[in-house]
Write a protein that binds this ligand. Sequence first.
Ligand code: DGL
Length: 256
Amino acid sequence: MNQKIGLFDSGIGGLSILHELLKIMPNEDYYYYQDTFHNPYGNKSESELLKISQEIVEILLKKGCKIIVIACNTATTACMSQLRELYPDVIFVGTVPAIKVCYDYHSNHSILLSTPYTTKSKRVQELLELYTDDNHEIINVSGEDLAHLIEEDDKEGINQLLIKILSPYLGKVDSLIMGCTHYSLIKKEILEVLPAIQLFDGSNGVAREVFHQLEKNHLLKSSLEPGKVEIYNNKSNYIIDRSYEILNHMDNEDIQ
Ligand code: DGL
């Protein structure tokens, strides 16, 4: 019986989505596959990303997942449509940068910060075409190696790279769209370089879409008992421990 909500990402970035899922559906069971071994995804090709994603989908299906959340903008923009074709019976929910939300919010000058792959992806080009006009400018910026530095917990490297990438826009933008789930884990650091801007994070929207898909397909868990969260990391158990710490930290920030 397929019972779990499966997630995957190139490491800890998917925690931002798992955290939102747990807020909406604390009673569900989760299996989160962290592919730190292949991190970063952002400098890989479409065929590499498809091969990696397909292998993980097979694992998640064997683990008994009833829905698969691609908790990664890079893998979503690269191969979500191919995965849907390859597995027509599987429900996939992907992650794309919250460009439309930013547009609807009437932000005038925004940065879209995403991985090298996502920055150039067809999906993002399409969204930018749809949701930019004379009053809504979105500057498409590559986060370069940022996701890898976040995965490595390299605080010094993160701060230096953020200053290099973002400081040219100080005073010139009013918002930033998080185009990579890893970046949701460094909101504080981003705001230190670009204070007082609005951040658009699609994690909550992804979680609501998962709820909607489960409800529509009559797959919501009926028991209201708290569910189980399993995290698997294919590189190091240390990252699993760190992940639970990050989740707890996110909970505490929500309470304040
Ligand atoms: N967290 C992922 C994303 O949202 C991938 C980051 C990476 O490995 O480059 O794009």
